[in-house]
Design a protein around this ligand. Structure first.
Ligand code: XMP
Length: 321
């Protein structure tokens, strides 16, 4: 790896911002660029850097892949509008779900999402528009984990043998590629992003598909979305690194209203970590776990079992897929 990390202690946020803005300007020249905003801290930082550099010559899109959390498009569009950035919603749910139909292997699922995202959705936006540059929020950890062969992060094209310039007609610019999450958060605050966004727990590129074991269907995503909303609400004040809900493929026998119900299982995970490379499960109070289990089994249709992951990473990973 020829890239070197800029560590949080060496980061001078104002200087970093000025340098990246200049680099984006130089690269794009008088052309047009496009970027996808998911509402995570990485893509939010890239959006603001890009707008500082290019103003209206950057088109910012929120790709509606059908895999996002509850209320996410409204939240992202509203927040960026208040910051003076218009975000365009791009409907693409049907394309993502048809590419995911029948797939159960984790890497195949990730691959399908990457293809639809870069080749189909962005390929089309680029063909229809005049943007020749894609700004994206790849960070240092994404690169490291992909190179280590742990998981192919969805946003790394080279590992897929894809040259975006050749295959899709656009160049990729990665302004935060030398930063890990902690440093990206420092830049986010320096750019004036609100704390609620700068401090947002990480959320994976493949979105809720990274939390559905087995086939990713609209119905199964809806279940994990509801469980996620409950977990995020109940754990919103914990200082944990990340917390999530996973839908298992196996069913288990449960009992509801005195009847046998062969139902669904949700795994709750809450992580203490600094960089996502290693993690330990947070020692949550039992009353908190109890409330989460009660709400998920009471509110999410078909769920009869809730477990709490007590395994460290490694050998676990943070997500399940
Ligand atoms: P894992 O599950 O590999 O996750 O222990 C490490 C961190 O990365 C996030 N994650 C992803 N982020 N694209 C991303 O942008 C992905 O494909 C992806 N997979 C996992 C995960 O949420 C955790 O913070």
């Amino acid at each position: 790896m020829t890239l070197t990390e800029i560590r949080p202690e060496d980061l001078k946020p104002e200087q970093f911002i000025a340098a990246q803005v200049e680099e984006i300007r130089q690269a794009v020249g008088d052309g047009l660029a496009i970027n996808a905003l998911s509402g995570g801290v990485d893509s939010s930082v890239v959006t603001l850097l890009g707008h500082k550099a290019l103003g209206p010559r950057l088109r910012t899109c929120f790709i509606q892949n059908g895999l996002m959390r509850e209320g996410e498009p409204e939240y992202v569009v509203g927040l960026f509008r208040r910051l003076g950035v218009e975000v365009e919603l791009v409907p693409a749910e049907a394309e993502f779900f048809s590419a995911l139909a029948g797939l159960t292997d984790p890497e195949e699922k990730r691959n399908a999402i990457t293809r639809v995202f870069y080749r189909d959705v962005f390929g089309r936006l680029v063909r229809e528009g005049k943007a020749r540059f894609l700004l994206q929020g790849t960070n240092y950890t994404d690169i490291e984990e992909t190179i280590a062969g742990i998981k192919r992060q969805h946003n790394i094209l080279e590992q897929l043998g894809i040259d975006p310039q050749k295959e899709f007609g656009y160049r990729v610019i990665e302004p935060v590629v030398r930063l890990r999450k902690t440093a990206v958060r420092v830049v986010a605050r320096a750019l004036g992003l609100p704390d609620e966004l700068a401090n947002r727990p990480p959320f994976p590129g493949p979105a809720l598909a990274a939390r559905v074991i087995g086939e990713v269907t609209r119905e199964r995503v809806a279940i994990v979305r509801q469980a996620t909303a409950i977990v995020e609400h109940e754990l919103r004040t914990t200082p944990a690194f990340q917390y999530l809900a996973i839908l298992h493929e196996d069913r288990v026998t449960g009992i509801r209203d005195g009847r046998r119900e062969f139902g669904l299982q949700v795994d709750v995970r809450c992580w203490d970590s600094t960089d996502a490379l290693q993690g330990t499960p947070t020692r949550l109070p039992f009353e908190v776990l109890d409330r989460i289990a009660g709400r998920i089994t009471g509110e999410v249709p078909g769920v009869v079992s809730v477990t709490y992951n007590i395994t460290a990473k490694p050998p676990s990973t943070i997500e399940a897929v």
